[in-house]
Design a protein around this ligand. Structure first.
Ligand code: ACM
Length: 265
């Protein structure tokens, strides 16, 4: 079964939702794909001094705001579902979220479980838990950036049936791309890490994002690794069925052989 995926790497601008929409529209012009993955916080950019300052660049997950309305229109053109990180507002509280949105509207919304560093002063910790949605008979899960360092994130999604993990990211540490090889192998899933590029400064703080967005196959194959500091769209066809069979050897199955009664977690 062929399923087309597209990974988008770009530099979201702070305080400029309109420009971010234009960048995404222009990168996806003429692209058609079943699943498109964009970076974390694609509407807002990353560094803000306070949640009050980020409020104006956040929107609800019901697709009534400018950013998600635009994504819905882009999804219609690309004929797929878009997974994008965005700053979400709900009852005046902010979440670092990932939405799955098609031409018909929002299919799923995930709120980042493991907040990184100063994100803790902007967002509430996610309360959605790890869940999956189905699109064109393929089961897809979402996690966001720093969730990668907790193997429980990808494992929870895989146990819930995810064949593909869509992973919007704003990575600053150098380890994730390598770690995603292990996340893919240990769960036998496809992972799509859509990272951002560029740098942001706030006062004394400067963050440089690592690019090198990555698509990894269920045997840990690096199917694509993007450039360090260039906007890019990579489109490829995968067979999600390859992530359905969890056997490793004739007598070993990754899920059936688990011994949760001996795990502390
Ligand atoms: C991160 O979770 N954005 C590093």
């Amino acid at each position: 079964m062929a399923f087309t995926i597209a990974l988008v790497q770009f530099k979201p601008e702070r305080k400029d939702i309109k420009k971010n929409i234009q960048k995404i529209q222009s990168l996806l012009d003429g692209v058609s794909a079943d699943l498109i993955v964009l970076p974390e916080l694609s509407n807002s950019g990353y560094l803000y001094p306070s949640s009050e300052a980020l409020l104006a660049y956040s929107e609800p997950s019901n697709s009534e705001g400018n950013f998600l309305t635009a994504l819905k229109e882009i999804a219609a053109k690309t004929k797929g579902v878009i997974v994008s990180g965005f700053s979400e507002i709900d009852h005046n509280k902010l979440y670092n979220s990932a939405v799955a949105i098609s031409a018909d509207g929002v299919l799923a919304n995930y709120r980042k479980t493991h907040l990184y560093a100063d994100e803790k002063s902007l967002f509430l910790p996610g309360d959605s838990g790890f869940h999956t949605f189905t699109w064109k008979n393929v089961t897809i899960g979402m996690m966001i950036c720093f969730d990668w360092i907790f193997p429980e994130s990808a494992r929870s999604l895989a146990l819930a049936g995810a064949q593909i993990i869509a992973h919007p990211a704003n990575l600053v540490l150098p380890y994730c791309q390598d770690a995603m090889v292990t996340r893919s192998i240990e769960n036998k899933v496809f992972t799509i890490t859509a990272n951002r590029i560029g740098a942001e400064k706030l006062g004394e703080q400067k963050l440089t994002f690592t690019g090198q967005s990555q698509i990894t196959g269920p045997k840990g194959e690096i199917l694509y690794r993007g450039p360090k500091n260039k906007s890019t769209v990579h489109v490829m066809s995968i067979n999600p069925e390859k992530a359905s069979d969890k056997s490793m050897k004739p007598k070993n199955d990754l899920f059936m052989d688990r011994r949760p009664e001996f795990y502390e977690i």
